[in-house]
Ligand binder design. Structure first.
Ligand code: F6P
Length: 319
């Protein structure tokens, strides 16, 4: 293998830059040409591809976002788009491709792999919604961001004797709410994996208030119900003033945590080494503190399991 390309696709996540740095440096160390593709699959289609060097990745390990830019490409879903992408890969004699992203990006990588290009995927999404790996890069940083928000909300919640709803991201996965709820000491969490129980939340607010508790933090995963509708329902039932914060894309930015940087550095290095061994159609996973791999199809089709034990802890610790 003489040349490899790397792209970042889908929603960005903190730690993508640390992966890019690791891939580029490992390639240069092993005398492999490394190309960066801008704006994900759209860049492959438009030929937005450039050769990277050692200084292309200087001073980026600590930066959120992606220096390669990202996109959700609708054009790559068409056969015409895929053929154009393939032409651009072949024109530059690119033999291997490393794709950073989540579920949708892996599906794109599978298409490229089926056209015969050696392809490796690295899981990067804040959602942690991929069942085949313990962690996706960016998730732990995002959880830290949410914990920070919970701590700040708790201050003002206590000052005013209010309930505060914090809506977080996660798409169809409740992990951001669950992990940050536990680590931030939230009183209630609402996640897609569990039925929403308004009665239980309101009773908890009222019983907390009766024994002098002044704050109540509810972490709500996006897409379940409107936080403003929830606020109205809580106020009607408890008569307690309630406020809404939608954290939004703040969760996608910021300097990556230590674990995200470490996993990113390990995975970037491993992806290049696997390509050099002639391996293809693999998705890297982080399992039991080690980097492992499965086929891309296995990764895409693996059902995400839910950490029931962690969910139960919330009820016991937030009495
Ligand atoms: O998949 C990552 C994610 O941040 C989700 O949590 C969220 O639902 C979505 O992307 C937001 O996408 P966009 O950046 O397109 O608004």
């Amino acid at each position: 293998m003489k040349s490899i390309a790397i792209l970042t696709s889908g929603g960005d996540s903190p730690g993508m830059n640390a992966v890019i740095r690791s891939v580029v440096r490992t390639c240069i160390y092993n005398n492999i040409k490394i190309f960066g593709v801008k704006f994900g699959y759209d860049g492959l289609i438009n030929g937005n591809i450039f050769e990277m060097n050692i200084s292309s990745v200087a001073d980026i390990i600590q930066k959120g976002g992606t220096i390669l830019s990202s996109a959700r490409s609708s054009c790559f879903l068409t056969e015409e788009g895929q053929k154009k992408a393939l032409e651009n890969i072949k024109k530059r004699n690119i033999e291997g491709l490393i794709v950073l992203g989540g579920d949708g990006s892996f599906k794109g990588a599978n298409v490229i792999s089926n056209y015969g290009i050696k392809t490796i995927c690295i899981p990067c999404t804040i959602d942690n919604d991929m069942g085949y790996t313990d962690y996706t890069i960016g998730f732990l940083t995002s959880v830290n961001t949410v914990i920070d928000a919970i701590s700040k909300l708790r201050d003002t919640s206590s000052s005013h004797g209010r309930a505060n709803i914090l809506e977080v991201m996660g798409r169809k996965c409740g992990d951001i709410a669950l992990y940050s709820g536990v680590a931030g000491g939230a009183e209630s969490i609402i996640i897609p994996e569990k039925d929403f129980d308004l009665e239980k939340i309101c009773n908890k607010i009222i019983s907390g208030r009766k024994r002098g508790k002044l704050h109540h933090i509810i972490v709500l995963t996006e897409g379940i119900l409107s936080p403003y509708q929830l606020k109205k329902q809580i106020e009607e039932k408890t008569k307690i003033d309630t406020r809404v914060t939608v954290l939004g894309h703040i969760q996608r930015g910021g300097t990556p945590s230590s674990m995200d940087r470490i996993i990113a550095s390990e995975m970037g290095n491993e992806a290049v080494k696997l390509l050099l061994l002639g391996k293809s159609n693999l998705a890297l996973a982080y399992k039991n503190n080690e980097v492992e791999y499965v086929s891309i199809e296995t990764a895409i089709n693996c059902k995400k399991s839910f950490n029931e034990k962690l969910y139960e802890i919330i009820d016991e610790l937030s009495i």
